[in-house]
Ligand binder design. Structure first.
Ligand SMILES: Nc1nc2c(ncn2[C@@H]2O[C@H](COP(=O)(O)OP(=O)(O)OP(=O)(O)O)[C@@H](O)[C@H]2O)c(=O)[nH]1
Ligand SMILES: C=C(OP(=O)(O)O)C(=O)O
Length: 212
């Protein structure tokens, strides 16, 4: 089974506010963009992925992610992340009616295509399924099979809310790269330890140089 992925990217100037202890205001947008570039590069290289649509209102993020081969969905309805995802799924299914869809966070800089394939193959066993984040509180991926509504409930305690919504929790070992989202400095160190993509590696190196 091949999936259409929907990847949400918040306007870079407002993104990753919880990294403010680790990265100053001028560096944070660069880091957020680097995470998204590495996430989308790995997603596009995944054999279980048919296409990737980025939903963003940020012109620079849209431009740079489109250059990788992602489609860009603009025109968010307002109301935040879940409304943006529902809007993007409607746009994707207008082009590919009924396609299975998965929402994937854009802050997974260590993402490995083979691990994403295993997660998507597990998701394909259920009408709706999700993967908890590394902290086991949030969600990094929510999937809905052909013609199923995604019903995204990302945000605080989304693991519990996705479970309560009837989505099946995916329990797999050795898919750390799909679970390691980066919200804090500690998350960034954990992602660097797993091994990040080239954009994040370069941005993190600039961050360390700036600190010296
Ligand atoms: N398109 C879109 N994406 C969003 C929106 N809010 C969050 N996202 C994205 O959703 C994913 C999960 O969001 P968070 O992990 O909370 O990231 P964030 O909002 O940049 O981080 P904080 O500022 O620290 O809360 C990331 O890929 C964000 O870029 C939104 O309003 N619109
Ligand atoms: C939006 C989410 O991400 P975070 O918890 O990283 O903000 C979520 O986990 O639902």
């Amino acid at each position: 089974m091949q999936w259409s992925l929907v990847v949400p990217v918040k306007p870079l100037a407002r993104a990753k506010s919880r990294l403010s202890d680790t990265a100053g205001e001028e560096v944070r947008p660069e880091l957020a963009l680097a995470f998204a570039l590495d996430t989308v590069t790995a997603a596009l290289a995944c054999s279980a992925v048919a296409d990737v649509a980025v939903v963003t209102e940020d012109p620079r993020a849209g431009r740079e992610l489109a250059a990788l081969g992602a489609a860009v969905v603009a025109g968010e309805p307002g109301g935040g992340l879940n409304a943006a995802l529902a809007h993007a799924v409607t746009a994707v299914r207008a082009a590919r009616p009924g396609t299975p869809v998965a929402a994937l966070n854009a802050d997974l800089p260590a993402l490995r295509p083979a691990e994403l394939t295993r997660v998507l193959n597990a998701a394909a066993q259920f009408p709706r399924a999700f993967l908890p984040d590394a902290a086991a509180i949030g969600t990094t991926l929510l999937a809905a099979g052909a013609d199923r509504a995604l019903l995204p409930a990302f945000g605080a305690d989304s693991r519990a809310r996705h479970r309560a919504s009837g989505a099946r929790e995916i329990r797999l070992d050795a898919v750390d790269s799909v679970r390691q989202d980066v919200d804090t400095g500690a998350d960034l160190r954990a992602a660097l330890a797993l091994g990040v993509g080239p954009h994040t590696a370069a941005a993190a190196a600039r961050l360390l140089i700036a600190e010296q």
